[in-house]
Design a protein around this ligand. Sequence first.
Ligand code: CUA
Length: 191
Amino acid sequence: MTDTTPLSSPSDDGTERVERVEHRWATVAVAILVLFVALATFAALHLAAMPQSRVETADPITLHLDGEFIDSNLGSALEPDGSVTVRFIGQEYSFTPSCMLVPSDTRITFRATSADVVHGFLITGTNINLMLVPGYISSLNARFETPGERLMPCHEFCGVGHEGMWGRVKVVDRAAFARMAADRRRLSCVE
Ligand code: CUA
């Protein structure tokens, strides 16, 4: 014998189930929205409360007249602690100096800025990759294990001459670099 008395009609039961599922999904969707708004709020407050510890600026107008990026200070400098600082400028459409000389197996600090528009600084075969932004100093530490020559193309579109904006990085033996640095204040491999 079968029970034929329905508790509710089949269509009512289906509607109820669909409503339950929809309600559950709506709750999940709202929860995701609330989470994203909370994350964005946290990120904004965190950034406002903790600005970058150090932003260095350099006025592109007076770059060549005075300060760290004056012509005579560009190139590689051997520091008292044995590390090397390389200072250079990117401008339409070249790098100054266009060939950088650095020693192998040494801590190198690149410091650079742009004299006009945004340029890119990248050394092939390494993960060295910076943007040169007018008004700001970009800085990066690096180390080259072995001597050799690497290319340095600008990788940020900077105008009609962008394609031709290339530089070179020449990595020489540590001892050879020290000998060259003995009688020159700033080094480069521009011929
Ligand atoms: Cu400089 Cu592209």
